[in-house]
Design a protein around this ligand. Structure first.
Ligand code: ADP
Length: 421
């Protein structure tokens, strides 16, 4: 089917978040891991390309995003969405502004909007200032982020050094008046040459107004939430068939495996909650350094069919530090990622077709090992974490990739149950 909206996300979990929110409408959404090498085929009405360019050098990020744009155009898309983090993670050098400007140039777009607001998750914008919960961005924990410390909360000031054309604001007083008022404001800013418009949003209803006012813009930019109303708007005007089907749930043999490499507080809780219900094995990076993944692979092979085992490296901050002191941060992480990736392949070869994976980097390692390049988005398990369907060596699989702090304590059991509904 022709693609209606082509989306480019600057990191992997951001892409799943966006894809999951779009799929809430029941429409088919397909997520590509990187720019596909092949030309588009069997495309979905909503296509999301996940890149890894948030902190890449500006030129590399721009080149990757332009390649993604070209692919999405060839899939038939005429409208596009540039997705970045709801905390506007970037430096003075970019990459949010330079990518937006390059995409505008390629599309001949004179104006775009910037709306990273996600009120449900405590990200709101007022008078161009971004808040995280009740704190201005620059007073939130984001001020100490290791790669993109955010030391200003004003989105216009953050954006200005990143772009060459004028930056403006459509504030909440305009948004509160509705879509027509916002459209008029954007038009009047365009007549004085404002190409980059920050748009305030403090509540979910604001996002509906913004999406309605901007739905025909060639390029929209923002966090995932402002894109959420688009499928229903496209349905309402007939550009998307009312009965456009969601991804079909494949028929899968019973049995699942849970692989956890995240050490976040929430994942620690999830591992503790699931552990008693099924066979579980803890991976110790020090032991992996000595014996390799062999013993864990033997353990997995010995588990009864259908027992849905859990294998985890998830550990307390003290244990993680101890392993890192002995092995180095990168080596400890790599040992765990390689072991979990090998276990995923072994599970697949043993006939397991359902995979629950915890950890952003861990998900990347497992997805790469299984050779995944395309995921069809299925039901949502927790906000921002959907089941997805893909194919490995010609076989259907279901896989969910959960980043660190997502999901609640029962996430693993909930995920397995949700797939059966
Ligand atoms: P999250 O989404 O919670 O950040 P990630 O998978 O992105 O999770 O990152 C966790 C990192 O920690 C991975 O590189 C993983 O291999 C590593 N890791 C997992 N368990 C341990 C451990 N016990 N000791 C040291 N590093 C670990």
């Amino acid at each position: 089917m022709t693609t209606l909206l082509g989306c480019i996300a600057d990191d992997f979990t951001g892409a799943t978040d966006l894809a999951g929110l779009l799929a809430r409408s029941g429409v088919r959404v397909s997520l590509r891991l990187g720019v596909p090498e092949e030309p588009p085929s069997e495309t979905a009405p909503f296509e999301v390309i996940a890149l890894k360019c948030r902190t890449a050098p500006v030129d590399d990020a721009v080149a990757e995003c332009r390649a993604a744009l070209a692919w999405l155009k060839s899939a038939g898309a005429e409208r596009f969405f540039w997705k970045y983090c709801s905390t506007f993670d970037s430096t003075d050098q970019g990459n949010i502004g330079p990518v937006a400007e390059a995409l505008m140039d390629d599309l001949g777009a004179g104006q775009t909007i910037y709306c990273p607001a996600f009120p449900e998750n405590g990200r709101s914008i007022f008078m161009g200032n971004l808040f995280v919960g009740q704190q201005p961005l620059a007073e939130s924990p984001m001020k100490d982020h290791p790669l993109t410390p955010m030391r200003d909360s004003n989105l216009m000031r953050l954006l200005e050094p990143q772009v060459t054309r004028p930056v403006g604001l459509a504030d909440r007083l305009t948004v509160a008046k509705g879509a027509n008022a916002l459209r008029e404001k954007l038009d009047s800013l365009a007549t004085v040459g404002v190409a980059h418009v920050v748009v305030d949003a403090v509540a979910n209803d604001d996002l509906g107004v913004i999406a309605a006012a901007c739905r025909d813009m060639t390029l929209l930019t923002g966090g995932s939430a402002v894109a959420m109303p688009l499928p229903d708007l496209y349905r309402a005007d007939g550009s998307l068939a009312a009965n456009a089907p969601a991804a079909a749930v494949p028929d899968l043999a019973p049995g699942a495996v849970i692989l956890s490499g995240s050490c976040s507080a929430m994942t620690n809780e999830q591992v503790a909650a699931y552990g008693p219900a099924a066979p579980s094995l803890r991976l110790d990076p020090l032991q992996l350094a000595e014996d390799g993944a062999g013993p864990a692979l033997d353990w997995l092979a010995a588990q009864p069919a259908g027992s849905n085992p859990l294998i985890y490296a998830t550990a307390s901050p003290e244990d993680v530090r101890a392993a890192q002191e002995q092995l180095g941060v990168a080596e400890a992480g790599a040992l765990v990622e390689q072991a979990l990736a090998a276990l995923a392949i072994a599970a697949f070869e043993a006939g397991i077709r359902r995979f629950v994976v915890a950890g952003g980097e861990t998900s990347g390692a497992v997805a790469q090992a299984l050779g995944l390049s395309r995921l069809d988005i299925g039901t949502e398990i927790a906000p921002g974490v959907p089941w997805t369907f893909s194919r490995v060596r010609g076989e259907d699989i279901a896989i969910t990739l959960k980043s660190g702090n997502f999901g609640d304590g029962d996430f693993f059991a909930t995920a397995l149950a949700r797939l059966e509904e």
